[in-house]
Every structure is written in structure tokens, then in C-alpha cells.
Design a protein around this ligand. Sequence first.
Ligand SMILES: Nc1ncnc2c1ncn2[C@@H]1O[C@H](COP(=O)(O)OP(=O)(O)OP(=O)(O)O)[C@@H](O)[C@H]1O
Length: 527
Amino acid sequence: MDFFKALGSGIKFDRKKFQRDIQLFEKPTGGPVSLNAGANCEPGAELDFFAEAKPVAKANPAEETNDGGDAAKAEEEEADALEPFHGPSEIQAFRDRHRIAYYGEPSVEPVRSFAMLFERFTFKAAVRRNFDRLKFTKPTPIQLQALPLALAQQDFVACAPTGSGKTLAYVLPMLHILSEPQRVGYRACIVTPTRELATQVYELLKVLSQGTKFRINHLVKARPTQEGKETDQVKKYDILISTPLRLMYEIEHDLIDLSQVQYLVLDEADQLLELGYLQQVDTILAACTHSGLRKQLFSATIPPEIEDLAQSIMRDPVRLFIGFRNAATEDVEQRLVFVGQEAGKMVEIRNMVQRGFAPPVLIFVQSIDRAKELFHELVYDGLNVDVIHSQRTKAQRDNVIANFRAGRIWVLIATELMSRGIDFKGVNLVINYDFPQTVQSYIHRVGRTGRAGRKGIAVTYFTREDAPYLRSVVNVIRDSGGEVPEWMLELKPATEEKSKLLKIRPPPRQPIITKPSAVKWKMAQLK
Ligand SMILES: Nc1ncnc2c1ncn2[C@@H]1O[C@H](COP(=O)(O)OP(=O)(O)OP(=O)(O)O)[C@@H](O)[C@H]1O
């Protein structure tokens, strides 16, 4: 109990909601405990919940990893660098230094800085002001190249690590290209796999478009059929943000007109081009009939088969890759923990709590049932925990996210729903309680920490049954600069057939039940 009191030092609670917590944590006896998982938790220091991002130590990973000469060169690339490039070889050297791989024609020059971008492209004063308020000093590597590429109105596929600012790379050019609001209907459309991600993109667009008259429709709510008809009312919108299922419904019920869309972005494109979403995305593509339509695809993971598919729906796309293909961000320390059997996972979690941990923590499990089970275990342990999955109402999901962002929830249990795109800047630790079913899932889950230049830790539990799938994750850890024991590198990768099976169906696992109270709850569920 002392540990929790200590851990609570400096944390503000919603007093009504956390009455019990307040009783437990009031008048802490000492400073926070030194915790092995906490980048923010030095002995004696106050917990730093969702503080402003720390100085971006490595906005451009190349700056730290290259040799002295390159580092000195990178130093020269000040935030306001305007020096033009002198020919293709200098551009190539610049791209190499920032680990930008650029395939295709035309070769659009990158920018050295935001100052150079705004010198080359004259943005509306309001958008410039709004951008300045974000206080981003240097473009991330994907932004160095994708911003001018998008502004040159090219089709492209962009693959860059999680948390490296891909959203800005399409949202900012969109506002420049659309230029002025026009009452002709949607001219830009952004599709994301989840409602939560759509909301996040909408929030950034709202910030950047303040003071302009652009109208943005965040289409995630169901609406009565008549209300949605393509009336003058709907024509006032310039930009649409939606999820594929919602949008397909609108198209199939003739509620929406996408014929004026000239700028289509698929965020988390590899997921959108997978079987589960393909039909919906096909319907959306077919509805975007404008001859000048430009398509841009973004993700932190673009497997080769998806790259081929992407190319088939685009016009000579440029392909942009930052760093290793399909690697995890280098800002996350990745650990693998062998837990023997299922029961070992709860032991490990409880040990972690005993040892101390620095919230906020995000825990991933493979199914809704397991999310509920784990929630009941941890709630009975007295942890400040909540759970998010698709069976919760939209309002509940929004509340959970807001509470987690505000530090009112310390531990959030999530299903795959939250694995992609969601930007929780302050997450210190991600735990893969259940081993991810694909290497892409691993990369995205791990990428919920270590964002925008911050550091993070990701711990993945594995049982004997998970061992055959370990190798692909081991490769990701190695490629992102992590250390892995030699024996793991000698493991055989799972066969293609086995990996495909795992992707479709999670493996059976023992329920997460260790307490009589949880058994009672589970029995009631099964009735
Ligand atoms: N140039 C920049 N400097 C500092 N922070 C930035 C910069 N660009 C974006 N960010 C911040 O980085 C964070 C991550 O950005 P974003 O969510 O766009 O990442 P992403 O690459 O789309 O990640 P994911 O693949 O997980 O969706 C955000 O909080 C954003 O505000």
C-alpha cells in the first residue's frame, strides 16, 4: 500500500470519481519510488503526467546514428535553414542522412526546414499562425519529404515509424491545396480504420484551420436518412473524415457525393487494404470519380503485398520509406519476457506492480473477453484501471480516452482497436499481455509509446505456445536497434501457413481468472 501512496504523489484526481483512491493516496509519506519502467520517474522526482513533450532528443534519428561528419552536417540544418539544394547528389545525400528512401518519378525536392517549406509554398496567414502555435521547430524525416511531395500533388505511398508525425504530413498540404472554401461539396477525404483515429485527425484539422472558413465534416455518427441527403447544406463542407464502414453506408444509400474529391488519404493504409476493409475501400474509391483525384497512403507498416496492391490503385505513385521498412520506432526500448504458461502473465503483472511502475501504462490483449477478464483482475487488485474495446458505447470510449489522456486513469487495457494511430504522448509503458497476432500489430502496439521524440518501454509476454512466432518480433527489435540474445536470432521463423492462421484467429488461451470474486463475475457473464 505504501507503494501506491508513494506513486500517487503529485497526481491530481477527479475527486468524485476516485473517492477510494483519494483515501488511499492522500498525504503520501515519501517521494515516488524509483521504478524500472519509468522514463519520468527518478527517485524523489514528481511524476510527470502528460507534460509537454520533452525536447526532441532525436527528431531525426539519423543525427544520432551517423558518424561525426554527418552529425556536424545535421547540426548545420538549423530550424530555419533555407539554403537551396545544389543538384541531385546533394538531395540524395540529404535523403540518405535522414534515412529517406525515395523511389519513383518525379523527384520532388525535400525541404530542410519548416521555414524553407513556407518560403517555397505561400500558405494562408491563418494556417501559418495556427501551425506556429503547435511550436514544432523541425520537421521529422517523413515531413521533410512528404510535405513538399504532397504539395506537388503527387500520388504516393509513405511508410514511416509510429509517432513520427505522418498526420501533419497530409493535413497541412491539404489546407494549402484546397486554397479557399468552395460550396461544391467535399474536395478532400480522409479515411481511417477507427472512429477514435478519425476524431484525432479531425482535432488536428480543426486546430490548423481555425480562422479559415473551411468546413470539415467528421462523419462518424449515424444520421437519419433524410438529413444526410446531398442538399445545399451538405455541399458547404470541404473536407470529410470518416471510417470505411460509415462511408460505405453513406455511399450505398446515396447519402453522399464524393465526385468532387481531389485529395484522398488512406491513413493506416495497409490495414484499409486488407480483406476486412477492402470491399469498403473499393466502394469509396469507385465513388471518387474526379479526374484530378490524387491519392496518398500512409502507414508505419507497408508489407510488400500491400505495396503492390497500393500501386495498382494509384497513378505511378512515388514510394517513400523512412528508416528500415516495417520497423518499430527506435525510441522504444523493447523487452521480451518469457512467462512459461498463461498464469505466468498475472504473476508478472503483479510483480511489476510490486516493483513499481510509472503510469500511464497501456496493456494489449487479444480479445474483448480477455480485456474484461483482465480488467476485473486488476480492479480487484486496487489499480486505477479502465478498459476500452468495441463493445463499449461511443460515449464510454470517448470518456476512457479523455480520462487516460488527462492522467485520471493509470492503466488502460485495450484490444487491437487501440493499436493503431492513437497518439497518447505520455504513455511510458506498453505491455503486450497477449502476444500480437502479426508483426504489423506488434509494431503499431509498441508505437503507442515513444512518440514525438519521447522515450518509452514495451514489454511483450510470451508463453511456450507463442514461441514459434517469436522470430519475426525478434527481427523487428534487432532492426530498431534493440539487443536480442543470440539464441533468439537462431529461432526458426514460423511457416507462412502458421502465420496466416494466427493472423485470422487468435490462439486459445486459459481465461484470466485468479480470484474468487473474478470467478463469480465470470460465471454471471456466462449465464
Ligand atoms: N515536427 C514535429 N515536431 C515535434 N512533434 C511533432 C512534429 N510533428 C508531429 N509531432 C507530434 O508527434 C506526435 C505523433 O504524430 P502522429 O500521430 O501524426 O504520428 P504518426 O506518424 O501518424 O504515428 P502512427 O503511425 O502511430 O499513427 C503528435 O503528438 C504530433 O503532435
